[in-house]
Design a binder for this molecule. Structure first.
Ligand code: NAP
Length: 301
């Protein structure tokens, strides 16, 4: 074998012959979930790591619920700079970290953790940020002040959506949810109104924004039954479900001329604060990234 064929970089990191290679000094981050194999986060962060030629790795960590708290505590001692937290651990993470920021506390879930140099675990939630950034990029003409928003759903994601809309200055938020008590809980926290689930279509009257934050319309779930007749033609329609990318609601809204925003961008944008905190670079959400993550979504089946 020629000298060239056996050549190795002393560290391996950023070797032009081995794009994406890491060294012994690589920074470590991961995503903890159970299961975790479906997570798109390793692909997403891996794209940015390679794009920015950072000596780091973002790995999937499949951790059972009963092991979550003890595994989390050991991560700083193993040199991890932090983790993302996904289902089913987002709520348990609230109690397992050392500090929780105001947004995560209000949303009731931690999805991003920074391990400090002192070994402390700082819990945060980046879903509200991801939602509003996606909306701003996907519908630049939308302005919070233009009118009411209708949010379907009252789970963890809806909580983040409503917090973001309230912070952005939306004058009226109408929350429709099958279980009205859950809608009331969010409404009290953000100063919104609630709408009985059966009246969700009528609640679209005069709305400037419609957001589906239920899991209806998602692959393997029932479809979302919604009559868009009352929705103004100028309203923006956003589905945070991203599998499929074009949900039934988005298809129907686009067909009647509404501006539509899909849910993949929320996933991409919510990852930015974590990457910036761990790796020191605020990464961009580009068409190249979106296409790369979409290929991962298609390959997931
Ligand atoms: P969750 O806490 O389990 O909430 C599920 C919501 O869907 C609840 O409001 C629930 O109503 C409603 N729902 C479920 N089945 C229903 C049915 N048959 N009829 C009427 N309503 C029904 O879930 P989540 O964490 O909030 O996530 C919701 C969706 O958002 C998921 O599809 C998730 O993939 C997506 N998401 C996307 C992003 C992103 O980055 N794009 C981020 C987070 C979540 P009840 O309260 O009555 O049960």
């Amino acid at each position: 074998m020629s000298a060239r064929g056996t050549r190795q970089s002393p560290s391996g990191a950023n070797d032009p012959d081995l794009p994406g290679a890491i060294s012994g000094g690589a920074k470590l981050v991961g995503v903890i979930g159970w299961p975790v194999a479906h997570s798109l986060s390793p692909r997403l962060h891996g794209y940015w790591l390679r794009h920015h030629k950072i000596d780091g790795a973002y790995v999937p960590l499949a951790v059972r619920p009963e092991d979550f708290a003890s595994v989390l505590k050991t991560l700083p001692r193993m040199g991890f700079a932090g983790v993302n937290v996904t289902l089913p651990h987002k709520e348990s993470a609230l109690a397992a970290v050392d500090t929780v920021d105001a947004t995560a506390r209000e949303i009731g879930a931690v999805n991003m953790i920074v391990a400090t140099a002192e070994g402390r675990l700082d819990g945060r939630n980046t879903d509200a940020f991801g939602f509003i950034e996606n909306l701003k990029h996907g519908a630049p003409e939308w302005e919070a002040s233009v009118g009411p928003a209708v949010v379907l759903g009252a789970g963890g994601a809806a909580r983040a959506v409503c917090r973001a809309l309230a912070d952005a200055g939306v004058p009226e938020i109408r929350i429709a949810n099958r279980t009205i008590a859950r809608a009331r809980g969010i409404a009290e926290a953000v100063g919104a109104n609630t709408v009985p689930w059966d009246e969700r279509s009528a609640a679209l009257d005069g709305a400037a924004l419609l957001v589906n934050a239920t899991n209806l319309g998602m692959e393997g779930k029932p479809s979302l039954e919604l009559d868009l007749t009352s929705l103004p033609a100028g309203a923006v329609v956003n589905d945070i479900v991203y599998n499929p990318i074009e949900t039934g609601m988005l298809k129907a809204a686009a067909a009647r001329g509404n501006v539509v925003v899909d849910g993949l961008g929320m996933l991409l944008h919510q990852a930015r604060p974590g990457f910036a905190a761990w790796f020191g670079t605020d990464p961009a959400v580009t068409e190249g990234l979106r296409a790369y993550v979409l290929r991962g979504l298609a390959g997931r089946g």
